[in-house]
Design a protein around this ligand. Structure first.
Ligand code: WT7
Length: 654
């Protein structure tokens, strides 16, 4: 059996769906046929079939003002009603919406009726605090049910949430609160991570208080605090309110209003090529249509019998689309887990799958690779026989990891869907359809029905077969509607390269079967454990330290995390004596973690005397990547100082 995993993976190694899976599959080849006959009409059908419209739409797509699309724009809906009340009204109120598992082992099973009741109360709490349609609310919570309740309560009021991942620092949180002009912050005292409580409230306090040359943050009027960690917290009278007190005092009934399909639903910040994160704006009707469609068809979802588990945190887009909105819109039952995979033991995930009889698992290649390293004997101790479909997202999945996932976790039986998409695309764009498409390890394969993509050369011409840049050629329902407060950057980043085609920032290859292989980012964006990080943002954090004169950051390949952050820094002449008396690397690593968040902490820091630059002063990251990955240095002829790589190379010993 081992031989199958160890054999050299080959593109031609394909896995057709089993006849049983194919015959029962939710998706059929008819979806491709329908979408290719009438692409826009196909999405209109999906929107009508999958969602409840308070006011039906008569216009499907308005692309008269690119790059801002309008989908279903004269229709009205309430996103939270679609995710909650309608399931209760149709007799599924007793179905479990969330099987929540806390890291210390406490758990809660929450039905659709209970979740609906909580969201109604929370909507009333927010209304009392002055939140209205069009406002922004920042959410900074651990993976607890209240995170979902908070998101849906904001959506129910027609306001927009900005969820900030709990691992981000006070500075990162503040920048996001300021940029969105949030009125309210919803947080917790703390959450459980790696066997202890990790406090969250202090970061919120720091983000809102005056600090250094920053004045007190002034758009936020209240902070709602969920009690979870039971750790001591600071308290600002008049501003801070316990969630449980407010919920207990709130009215239980709440009528959802209908909002236009293009009403903003959320802003989610993601790293770009400059230091400042981009607030990606998503709206309601088109977004919910595509997340519901993809969640149902890509995961072969049977809401009445499946137990679905997506391991992403709600702080990332995967947690928005495939923990919050997709599964709930489809009335699915899902697992929500608070903690880390290795606490209290390295079989925790498999134990959860066994406990809840999880049928569909959606996770990231980096997790799979770290389980591979630990060895198959760990998952083999658990009963994983309930699994019938596996998904992957966030970065290319190497064929070895794909085969291990299928063999060890999927018992050589489950289809695997490798799903390509982005914060900006809102929902899955490229993926096999289980039961329809033959799976090919390592390739994300084909655009979904209703999605049009191409791979083009620098001039924008289709490569046909071969390597190039990935573009989306037609507007899609869940596409971003802009960058919050920065229309110019929106046009510049995605639409200035190839006109009305969306430039994704990824390299891609089309093979002889027409299948797409993703080759990684082509810009200065890194992908570390499936999370996007900007080289510029980490460089500016590094130069903010008093030791640093200059810094250059690259993403170097890493066996587990896909890429790892590697930094090259020049120490200021005036600081050299101090720096020599310190563990510079340790100091700068923790400085970056404090400024941005632990995920941005460089794996390696090299102190160097020079950085390789072109004559126009641009840092040649390509050469630094060669160094960081221990490769022969590439072409150095465009360097201003052709000796510099030799000098740096001498210093970099690993
Ligand atoms: C970038 C988007 C999509 C949710 C998580 C990440 C890379 C994502 C795949 C995949 C190869 C992938 C791309 C993309 N990526 N999924 N299946 N195969 N690469 O969202 O933080 O917005 O990052 O992640 O490079 O551009 P994100």
């Amino acid at each position: 059996m081992d031989s199958q995993v160890e054999q050299t993976p080959h593109e031609k190694h394909v896995f057709p769906p089993s006849p049983e899976f194919r015959d029962a599959a939710v998706a059929g080849p008819d979806l491709y046929a329908a979408a290719s006959t009438d692409r826009v009409g196909f999405w209109a059908d999906q929107a009508r079939e999958l969602l409840h419209w308070h006011t039906p739409f008569s216009r499907t797509l308005d692309w008269t003002n690119p790059p801002v699309a309008k989908w279903f724009d004269d229709g009205e809906l309430n996103v939270a009603y679609n995710c909650l009340d309608r399931h209760v009204e149709s007799g599924n109120g007793e179905r479990i919406a969330l099987y929540w598992e806390g890291e210390p082992g406490d758990s809660r099973a929450i039905t659709y009726a209970e979740l609906t009741a909580d969201v109604k109360r929370a909507a009333n709490v927010l209304t009392e605090l002055g939140v209205e349609a069009g406002d922004r609310v920042a959410i900074y919570l651990p993976m607890i049910p209240e995170a979902i309740v908070a998101m849906l309560a904001v959506a129910r009021l027609g306001a927009a949430h900005s969820v900030v991942f709990g691992g981000f620092s006070a500075d990162s949180l503040r920048a996001r609160i300021d940029d969105a002009g949030a009125k309210l912050v919803i947080t917790a005292d703390g959450g459980w991570r790696k066997g202890k409580v990790s406090a969250l409230k202090p970061a919120v306090d720091a983000a809102l208080e005056p600090r250094g040359d920053l004045p007190a943050q002034d758009t936020v009027t209240n902070v709602l605090v969920v009690r979870r960690g039971e750790n001591e917290v600071g308290w600002v009278e008049g501003r801070d309110i316990w969630w449980h007190d407010a919920m207990a005092a709130a009215e239980p009934e709440h009528q959802p209003l209908a909002f236009p399909a293009e009403n903003p639903l959320f802003i989610l910040y993601t790293s770009g090529t400059t230091g400042k994160p981009k607030g990606i704006l998503h709206t309601s009707g088109g977004y919910l249509t595509q997340v519901a469609f993809t969640h149902r068809n890509v995961f072969d979802l049977r809401p009445e019998s499946d137990v679905y588990w997506c391991t992403a945190d709600v702080g990332w887009v995967t947690g928005h689309s495939y923990v919050a909105y997709g599964p709930l819109a489809n009335g699915a039952t899902q697992v929500l887990y608070e903690g880390t995979p290795d606490t209290p033991h390295s079989g925790r995930w498999w134990e959860i799958i066994e406990k809840y009889r999880v049928t569909i698992l959606y996770t990231a290649p980096t997790a799979i690779r770290s389980f591979m390293k630990l060895g198959r004997q760990i998952p083999e101790r658990f009963d994983l026989s309930s699994l019938r479909l596996l998904g992957s997202v966030g970065e290319p999945i190497n064929p070895e990891a794909w085969l291990w996932y299928r063999h060890v976790i999927g018992a050589d039986r489950t289809p695997i869907v490798d799903t390509w998409w982005q914060t900006e695309t809102g929902a899955i764009m490229i993926s096999a359809l289980p039961g329809v498409t033959e799976a090919k390890p390592g390739s994300a394969q084909v655009p979904l029905p209703g999605i049009s993509v191409d791979v083009v050369d620098d001039a924008g011409t289709s490569v046909g077969q071969g390597d190039g840049l990935l573009v989306v050629t037609e507007p899609w329902p869940s596409m971003l509607r802009g960058i919050w407060g920065d229309e110019e950057r929106f046009r510049e980043t995605y639409w200035s390269t190839f006109g009305d085609r969306y430039f994704a920032g990824d390299g891609a290859r089309i093979d002889e079967d027409g299948d797409i292989w993703l080759l990684g980012r082509v810009d200065d964006v890194m992908n570390v454990s499936g999370h996007r990080l900007s080289t510029a943002e980490i460089e500016s954090a590094l130069v903010a330290h008093h030791f640093t004169a200059e810094a250059a950051v690259v993403g170097a390949s890493d066996d587990t995390t896909g890429q790892a952050v590697v930094a090259f820094v020049i120490i200021k002449e005036s600081q050299k004596a101090d720096a020599e008396a310190t563990d510079v690397a340790a100091e700068l690593r923790s400085h970056v973690a404090k400024q941005i968040g632990a995920i941005a902490r460089p794996r390696d820091i090299y102190v160097v005397a020079e950085l390789p630059k072109t004559r126009s002063g641009k840092i040649m990251r390509r050469l630094l990547r060669d160094l960081a990955e221990g490769r022969e240095i590439g072409d150095t002829t465009t360097l201003a100082d052709t000796q510099v790589m030799r000098i740096i190379g001498d210093k970099v010993v690993r």
